[in-house]
Design a protein around this ligand. Sequence first.
Ligand code: SF4
Ligand code: SF4
Length: 420
Amino acid sequence: MSYLKNYPEIENEIIKCMRCGNCQAVCPLYKETKSEGAVARGKVKLADAVLKGELQYTKDLAKIFETCLTCKACAANCPCGVQPDKIVLAARAKLVKERGLPFIKSVIFKGLSSPGLFKTGMALGAKTQGLFFKQTDKGMSPRYPVSGLELRRVLPKLADRSFLSTAAEVNKVDKPKMRVAFFTGCTTNFIYPQVGEALLKVMKHNNVEVVVPKKQHCCGVPVLLHGDAETATEMARSHVNIFSKLDVDAIITVCGTCGESFSKHYPELLKDDPEYGEKAEKLAEKTYDFAQFLIDVIKIDKTALKPVNKTVTYHIPCHIGRGMNAGSQQIELITSIPGIKYNPLKQPDRCCGGAGSFSLTHYDLSYQVLKHKLEDVKSTGADILVTGCGSCRMQLTDGIAQEDLPQTVKHTVELLAEAY
Ligand code: SF4
Ligand code: SF4
């Protein structure tokens, strides 16, 4: 049974913690708050009591478990191999089971889990965004104070047309080397369709046929992160249904969170499902971040790349680096492009503080974390800040606008597409 529903399974994780406190040194939130409740050690102890039923739901308790970026820095640096991010998710799921979801979250998750409703809502949002947001030279900013949206916040414009509504379902090439399915993710589909177009261009130049299943929708991780394991499991089933019917060699993603949904969360959520468990495992085995696929699987011909004369730096998204282990392949792609001057960040894998909706619900704290990243970016003198995740891109773009920095932010695959 999934660790989200089964206490003995997560207990094996909890008992590994020897309370050494090493996680304090790497937790971006502990650095800002100096609170034991923010760091893995404190959360592991509290989660134990929550999961055993010794501590019941309170608002304060829920707040403690919400205050985590699930950045996995603690897990990566834990001498005992504890995965605190999993323990946090299990505690969140238990609290949601006890208390239910707040009304607004249940409405949002209902929308996210209903592909038709979500698509219609986003199309309507793209048409009416001018009523709620004003266009500035840096992006879109809220016209009115809305809960979770600071007036000063700079957000990207929703695309006039989603990527899935314009992309061909099968993108053929002559003599294909391989055939892959592309899971786009919500940010590429609704906000940055140019990332999807760049992916298709890169794959075409590498003789890879790309199938873009039109029925795909949100991966479900935002729902899972808020403790709604039931809805996330339904969304996992839906995608396993869609993707396991395809005759493809691999599933490709351009976002670490989406990649992890197929490679880790779906097999975990569907572990004991007699119909979907094995199918989810099979999909997980052939899921790659696009950079892993290009470097490790098809081993792209780097001599075919044309020069791009820019100075760039690269932020490793937590779920690309620690989640998918694809950070080095993304950097290899960037540094393979002739003409690129690569000025690395001092701490490329430090969390940017975005963490999906965390930057909406905890803007000030999220911004404090982001400030460290922005200082690092400033010192590189780069023209372009490259990253491999739409959610990090939104967070970094806001910070760059707030601090009036000169960098533009691009996805790794967009930079690579410029070299073809
Ligand atoms: S989670 Fe790991 S690093 Fe943190 S206190 Fe426990 S054992 Fe130490
Ligand atoms: S996942 Fe990140 S934010 Fe959460 S406790 Fe671990 S280091 Fe801190």
